[in-house]
Design a protein. Sequence first.
Length: 206
Amino acid sequence: MTRSDIKQVFKVGLTGGIASGKTTVADRFAETGVPVIDTDVIARQVVEPGSPALEEIRERFGDSVIDESGELNRSAMRKSIFSDDELRLALENILHPRIGAETRRQSAVAGGDYQVIVVPLLVGSPLLQFVDRVLVVDCDENTQVERLLARDAESVQQARKIISAQASRDERLAIADDIISNNHGLAEIRQQVLLLDKKYRVLGET
């Protein structure tokens, strides 16, 4: 099946490494009025307390990854999967089919001149065949490390381990149709988004 076989509304797959600025870019697209479907948001929805996915995670990983309120303990899970590739793949096997199905469902009802589908792990994902164009948010690894230390990581070593567990920068750029550089300020990001918004609206009409 090719991209054109399943295309309805024109879809842009937005991806990038962790802490590259995907959310910042997605928010700028949302400001233009186009639907933005974020698989990170969907990933949180599918593991809400009482969900089948969370129960399957509990069975596979144990109670240590569930916090006192019955929600997924993301910090504990992060430490677990980034130190063990087998566990990371086990989690992906639980989550990715559910995330993919919900992404397609939301896209089918969202409409819009075009849609932005935010997929952090687009390299190698079945959702790559769901989108019509790929936009990569790019920044250098040192910038990623700095942002991870401010946000999630407890050490430079852990930050680099998190980064290395994902597709490489070269692998992301290899699938890119368009690239937004996020090594500079918000004003530059907004300008890049406005230019791409014009392009995507034209492409969505063809």
